[in-house]
Write a protein that binds this ligand. Structure first.
Ligand SMILES: CC(C)(COP(=O)(O)OP(=O)(O)OC[C@H]1O[C@@H](n2cnc3c(N)ncnc32)[C@H](O)[C@@H]1OP(=O)(O)O)[C@@H](O)C(=O)NCCC(=O)NCCS
Length: 329
């Protein structure tokens, strides 16, 4: 009997209406459109401005569209995982809040925190529940409102990040299409280079943590850049090798959208032509857990059943990985 796989049967994204351009950032910090474009490839990012809205509201938009697209009634969803590092609040989980707002009542919902690799971690986790036969409709979301933890006086981080959400539906399939294999890694020693210092149990919020701007993202860009390039290219190559795949077998590589130079270097190291690389960083910036599903959403009309796709990501933690998906529709 063919192995039961978790097929992606739909994808939907959402980005807020408000666009912050490089010219807007020139007014906030000492930077230039030229620096941002040449060093990162980013031209604009979408920002959730409404003070009464948060990550779950972006999830709601993405998942509502996904349910419509896949003709799924909210009562049919039996699991929903939300990968995010910007939950609406420390608890309850954003997945639970999203489920409530959408009338999803019968699902096992939880958040997963793996920064920019969050969607890959969640995709692999969700797929296991389908493969084991216990769950039939699993929604996997990658969503972050990075603007809620970005210091708009810090030019080294504020130019990079944006807000957005993407979601996929996983359902059982026996026609060889679905999530086939993953290599997921982590190394906590990397935490010194990319983190949000305060707001957790080590440094709960105080007047001092707020005054010291410790509730924002801190990043030492160069070591992150280096580790991202080596980490992603290594797992992509190992995943391909252990599945006997060549570049010719792969229709698309979907890399995390953190920096255009990282994407180009990973493509070069894995020997992929740029025509096979999904790229939308110029429009959204780095939306953390949102980048991979937002890429799939943007390129959905170009995908065909049977296409081999390699997704890869690297993020805070450090966390990284690569997943081989055979597109199911
Ligand atoms: C952040 C990043 C874009 C910085 O690019 P970089 O080429 O490494 O630049 P550096 O950090 O070495 O800084 C070079 C100079 O540019 C300056 N600079 C940094 N940000 C700037 C900005 N927005 N505008 C203008 N100058 C800037 C620095 O202050 C530094 O100036 P100095 O030489 O006078 O000290 C890059 O390191 C990066 O993309 N890192 C990984 C990001 C990432 O993947 N993060 C998420 C993990 S998934």
């Amino acid at each position: 009997m063919a192995r039961q796989l978790a097929a992606i049967t739909g994808v939907q994204g959402y980005v807020p209406d408000h666009i912050m351009t490089n010219a807007d950032l020139e007014k906030l910090v000492d930077t230039t459109d030229e620096w941002i474009r040449t060093r990162t490839g980013i031209e604009q990012r979408h920002i959730l401005k409404d003070p009464d809205k948060a990550t779950s509201d972006m999830c709601v938009e993405a998942v509502r569209g996904l349910l419509e697209k896949t003709n799924t009634d909210p009562s049919e969803v039996d699991m929903m995982i939300c990968a995010t590092v910007t939950p609406d609040m420390p608890f309850p989980d954003t997945a639970n809040i999203t489920a409530d707002k959408l009338g999803i009542k019968n699902a096992f919902c939880f958040d997963l925190s793996a920064a920019c690799s969050g969607f890959l971690y969640a995709l692999s986790t969700g797929a296991k529940f389908i493969e084991s036969g216990t769950h039939k409709k699993v929604v996997v979301i990658g969503a972050d409102q990075m603007s809620s933890i970005i210091d708009y006086t810090d030019r080294t981080t504020c130019v990079i990040f944006g807000d957005g959400a993407g979601a996929v539906m996983l359902e059982p399939s026996t026609d060889d299409c679905g999530v086939i294999d993953s290599i997921l890694k982590s190394d906590g020693a990397g935490r010194q280079f990319l983190y949000q210092k305060a707001g957790g149990s080590l440094h709960p919020a105080t007047l001092e943590t707020v005054q010291n701007r410790e509730h924002f993202v801190y990043q030492n860009g160069r070591p992150v850049f280096k580790a991202a390039v080596t980490g992603m290219s290594d797992v992509v190559l190992r995943l391909m090798e252990r599945n006997h795949l060549t570049v010719d077998d792969i229709t698309w590589m979907v890399p995390h959208q953190a920096n255009m130079r990282i994407i180009e270097t990973v493509a070069k190291m894995a020997d992929f032509p740029m025509e096979k690389i999904m790229i939308n960083i110029q429009r959204y910036g780095n939306t953390t857990a949102g980048t991979l599903p937002l890429c799939l959403w943007d390129y959905e009309s170009q995908l065909k059943k049977g296409d081999n796709i390699i997704l890869t990501a690297f993020g805070g933690g450090f966390t990284w990985g690569a997943t081989w998906v055979k597109w199911a529709y």
